[in-house]
Design a protein around this ligand. Sequence first.
Ligand SMILES: Cc1cc2nc3c(=O)[nH]c(=O)nc-3n(C[C@H](O)[C@H](O)[C@H](O)COP(=O)(O)OP(=O)(O)OC[C@H]3O[C@@H](n4cnc5c(N)ncnc54)[C@H](O)[C@@H]3O)c2cc1C
Ligand code: SF4
Length: 512
Amino acid sequence: MSTLRLILADQLSHDLASLKDCELDNDWLLMVEVREEANYVKHHKKKIAFLFSAMRHFANELTGKGHQLVYTKYDGKDNKGSLFGEVKRLCEQKNIDKIILTHPGEYRVLVEMQSWQEKLNIAVEIRQDDRFLASLEEFASWAQGRKQLRMEFFYREMRKAWHFLMDGDKPVGDKWNFDSANRKALPKEMSPPQPTKFETDAITQEVLELVAKEFDDHFGQLENFHFAVTREQALVVLDEFISQRLVNFGDYQDAMVQGQPWMYHSHISFYLNCGLLTPKEVIEQAENAYRNGDAPLNAVEGFIRQVLGWREYVRGLYWLKMPDYKNENFLEATRSLPKFFWDANTKMNCLHQCIKETSENAYAHHIQRLMILGNFALLAGLHPDEVNEWYLIVYADAYEWVEMPNVTGMILFADGGLLASKPYAASGSYINKMSNYCKSCHYKVKDKNGSQACPFNYLYWDFLDRNKEKLGNNPRLGMPYRTLNKMTDEKRQIIQRDSQIFLQTLDTYEKV
Ligand SMILES: Cc1cc2nc3c(=O)[nH]c(=O)nc-3n(C[C@H](O)[C@H](O)[C@H](O)COP(=O)(O)OP(=O)(O)OC[C@H]3O[C@@H](n4cnc5c(N)ncnc54)[C@H](O)[C@@H]3O)c2cc1C
Ligand code: SF4
């Protein structure tokens, strides 16, 4: 009799909970390139190539350490197509009497796993995923009894609990948050370093050929694949971030520049989310850089807040609120996703650039996802289901636990303010301040109305007007609503007219 330990595509960590206490001679490890998972939404080609290659490298490392491992390739002739099918097959072949799993990243998969014990009549143990710094129980107990679940307060508790960036019981620098220093536009003379790139080895080459053949109809470009696919390579990405980009991470965290998709960001979400890096080690390295005088506090605190705060917080929120969270639509948004989200064919330069880069790289940095793509989805009233699916498809770091709270809560305000205290809505002047996109746009950012005006300008006011009943009493929207209320009827009618023309054009799939 032996134990089966299943390792999912986002569980590529040698100290994974379900690998602890593994008996080399007796236990069987299973890794599967599952057809069902690769196809249930049409993931970006680079995302599939990245995960398959990282899985195959990880499997080789495990067998190198002496583990007995069965690896089912996507095009393997016996591949049953589903996780359950593959688990069942191995249970029958290897005389398995126990299955050990690590908690998955998606509610749907957890529900599926919870049914296996009964279906297979074999004991199933699902272990907590201790790569995260807050357990689901700890998050739930922090959330209990609170009316608002503000990330900032959770983050402070996490700083104290883990003693990251603390001097005794006080935050380093006597402040928890240095965000106000992190909103600079990039000066013209500055040029961010290129991202770390890796050569394609034989394993990656085989995967790239597979993806080109099997996933031809999926979104995105496969060319110029350069991601890290092993822990060793992911550590190089982290090292280069700490030594080359962290110093400017804070200052230019919100900046956007045409032709610079990577900026001073870390590009580690791919590796954190699939397990090649751990949040603890990246936070420790960032803190060391500050303590050694290699990076300023606003950069290091800003970075640690993303990883220790936002990342842990959205995971906690997802598991606390699922499955209902999937159906949230507070603003009752109904519009279909415009076609240009797939082909970047729009005259709005900011959207064109961000979608083009997303297609090329399976990556866009946070402020592009939030203030360009997300802002448009919010102002145009796109349906949360369609927006969620798009974000899950197009980014190589996307898994439902992290994508959904960012989309449903952060950009669409579809949870009615559980995550965000106000919608992240902005007009063209914000985009013009933080980027150089407007300089080469068909539309004029200074124009407020008319066919040449930047659509973000009138859509912003139209959004507030349309949702007045639901948002009018939000204390953080007092100022814009006061401005809206002071507008003449004529001005409001012009805003409505321009918005209607624009949105109707959008609905007919004509180019906007
Ligand atoms: C609409 C929308 C959808 C998003 N979808 C995803 C997603 O599917 N997967 C994903 O990992 N991130 C997602 N994010 C968060 C963030 O945009 C990405 O983590 C970040 O852009 C990844 O690039 P980076 O590694 O260079 O990050 P950096 O800017 O260098 O930040 C460092 C790390 O902090 C973490 N982080 C930062 N912001 C967030 C956040 N809001 N939520 C969770 N973690 C965060 C990430 O692990 C990231 O690697 C989304 C944000 C928005 C607004
Ligand atoms: S003018 Fe408006 S649509 Fe064009 S790039 Fe600027 S913000 Fe985007």
